[in-house]
Design a binder for this molecule. Structure first.
Ligand code: NDP
Length: 289
């Protein structure tokens, strides 16, 4: 089958990478960007420039959006509401899950449908084997356009609730941002003792690689709400958390992150989970203090 025509709105690094991946896969691509000059490169590579948003929407049945946030979608599509009827908007911009739900309702009032996308890789990996994208919205829309969507990366449909793709996206980045901050914090402790970052780096990598091993069995414990304490009890891990805060203070580096972790252990122990496994922290994390 012939690759279907697609419109891409928003040509930051991500939108440009998506456009290039689609062009490489043989899709005719129409592009529009607020700052028109940002389209020049992809137009030179084969994309078709639309002069207006309405023209961009009219050109195809599928409009992929890659914008800073959902407000940008309202700013752009709100200027051409009549051109939206019958269109599938695939919004690959980041925002809160609630904003995705609102957007689906807004687009429905204009006769359009929303498929929410959360793309999990940086621009240089878009369209490569490492790339994957969470989607939520109508299953039929997803199935109909799955081949096209798969050009950006593995297309992972998470359900009809529009909030889901954004929720999976934010959950992945929650792990990502917290882990990266922990790496920088650990590096700062060692550098304070004169250890250069490159010397510590292989050890940090080893810990990143090993961490997922500790998830074995944990999801099941969370679902059961039971955290049998074997080796790594909340008390034992909490003592470690105390030591990390102490080491941070001694090193003269910021203690915000290790203190946050320590507070989870303290509250879990106060709540009677001291002899339970470390996953019992879930009980304090899943409920606001
Ligand atoms: P940029 O911020 O570089 O691009 C943003 C795009 O949004 C530009 O085309 C910009 O237009 C447009 N835009 C922003 N505000 C408005 C507005 N009010 N009206 C009209 N257009 C607007 O983002 P990226 O390309 O880096 O990322 C796009 C999305 O992808 C973001 O949601 C980001 O979180 C997500 N993402 C990014 C990754 C990355 O590594 N960069 C990785 C995974 C996801 P103009 O050119 O005129 O300013």
């Amino acid at each position: 089958t012939t690759p279907e025509p697609v419109t891409v709105i928003g040509l930051g690094p991500m939108g440009q990478a998506m456009t290039r991946a689609l062009l490489a896969a043989g899709h005719p691509v129409t592009v529009w960007n607020r700052t028109a000059s940002r389209a020049d490169a992809v137009v030179a590579e084969g994309a078709t420039r639309a002069d207006t948003v309405a023209e961009a929407l009219a050109a195809t049945h599928v409009a992929m959006l890659s914008l800073t946030d959902y407000q940008a979608m309202y700013d752009i599509l709100g200027a051409a509401p009549d051109a939206l009827a019958g269109r599938l908007v695939v919004n690959l911009s980041s925002d809160t899950p609630h904003r995705s739900t609102e957007a689906a309702q807004w687009l429905a009032t204009l006769g359009a449908r929303l498929l929410v996308g959360g793309i999990m890789v940086p621009a240089e990996l878009v369209g490569t084997e490492q790339s994957y994208v969470f989607y939520s919205g109508s299953r039929d829309d997803f199935r109909t356009h799955e081949t096209t969507l798969s050009v950006l990366g593995r297309a992972d449909y998470r359900g009809a609730d529009h909030a889901l793709a954004q929720l999976y996206y934010q959950a992945q980045l929650d792990i990502f941002l917290t882990s990266l901050a922990a790496y920088l914090h650990a590096t700062a402790m060692l550098r304070a003792a004169g250890v250069p970052a490159p010397v510590f780096a292989p050890y940090a990598r080893e810990m990143f690689d090993m961490t997922s091993y500790f998830l074995d069995g944990v999801p099941e414990e969370i679902e059961r709400g039971e955290y049998p304490g074997d080796a790594a009890t909340a008390t034992m891990m909490g003592a470690t958390a105390e030591h990390i805060v102490g080491a941070s203070e001694d090193a003269g580096v910021d203690t915000t992150l290790p203190r946050a972790v320590l507070s989870y252990y303290r509250r879990a122990i106060e709540a009677g989970h001291g002899a339970h496994g470390w996953p019992s922290l879930y009980e304090v994390i899943s409920r606001p203090a």
